[in-house]
Design a protein around this ligand. Structure first.
Ligand code: SAH
Length: 255
């Protein structure tokens, strides 16, 4: 656990996967300074009076692990928050809802029969947990953001915030049959997945290796079904950046 005195001085990292998700945060950043490292742009500055580093994980687990490692090793961050989009997999997880992760599993990891399906070899673990305190703050900030969006007539009717398991894998899930199969297969193995994306489990594993607390919120951009490839880009452009901005502003004001 980081010391309280270190938390005051070390920046908090705010990760997004895509530039469209980061745009709203960039607009808020005070005294921005760019550092290029590991073929990535890291933006240092202040957000809501707090020192922050904004970074893109890029897409997929390996890219996300590289960005996360750089944030910790090079920029000395002691807390990481991820805002992005995901496909809704669980029943009742709709486009426009938000999922705050409790933990992560890699749906494409399979070293069976040497290790149980989904288990990360040599870790003896299948699920990697988020920090409870940061996640509670992010949950509150997400509820606040949805209420704000609905007041501004931007929101999605009946949108709500869920909390639970997210599955990550190096695949854009975009078929009704595929997503149903994935959900049922994982449920049979005891993993009730709410949403699917491509980075979170990698960030979670690196953060566990370093003992860095982290939390994740994902706005649901699509249902990982036959229209996911159409729903995803329009949602990312129109909505994801605004959600990230409102959530992070609220989150930092309560930190
Ligand atoms: N070339 C595309 C790539 C998007 S990949 C583009 O830039 O337009 C999809 C991104 O959104 C990933 O970062 C992933 O984490 C998330 N995501 C959203 N819906 C998803 C789904 N149905 N399956 C997997 N990842 C999804």
């Amino acid at each position: 656990m980081p010391l309280a005195s270190d938390l005051v001085t070390s920046p908090i990292a705010i990760l997004s996967a895509l530039p469209q998700e980061q745009r709203g945060l960039m607009e808020l950043l005070q005294r921005p300074r760019k550092v290029i490292h590991a073929s990535r742009d890291f933006w240092l500055g202040d957000l809501h009076g707090q020192p922050v580093v904004l970074a893109l994980s890029k897409i997929g687990k390996v890219a996300a692990a590289t960005t996360t490692t750089a944030l910790i090793e090079r920029f000395g961050v002691l807390r990481i928050v991820f805002t992005g989009v995901a496909g809704g997999l669980g029943h009742g997880v709709k486009v426009g809802d938000v999922v705050v992760a409790t933990d992560f599993v890699q749906h494409d990891l399979d070293a069976s029969p040497l290790f149980p399906r989904y288990q990360v070899p040599l870790y003896g673990k299948t699920r990697f947990h988020c920090d409870a305190v940061l996640s509670a703050l992010l949950f509150e900030a997400s509820c606040h953001a949805l209420a704000h969006e609905s007041r501004m007539a931007h929101g999605f009717a009946g949108a709500c915030v869920h909390q639970g398991l997210i599955a990550s894998g190096d695949r854009f899930v975009s078929g009704a049959d595929e997503s149903r199969r994935l959900r049922d297969l994982m449920a049979r193995a005891g993993h009730d997945v709410l949403a699917v994306e491509m980075e979170g489990a990698a960030v979670a594993q690196v953060c566990m290796d370093y003992g860095v607390p982290f939390a994740v919120m994902r706005t649901i951009s699509d249902r990982a079904d036959d229209s996911a490839h159409i729903d995803f880009p329009s949602f990312v452009d129109a909505v994801a950046s605004r959600y990230a901005r409102v959530v992070i502003e609220r989150f930092l004001s309560k930190l």
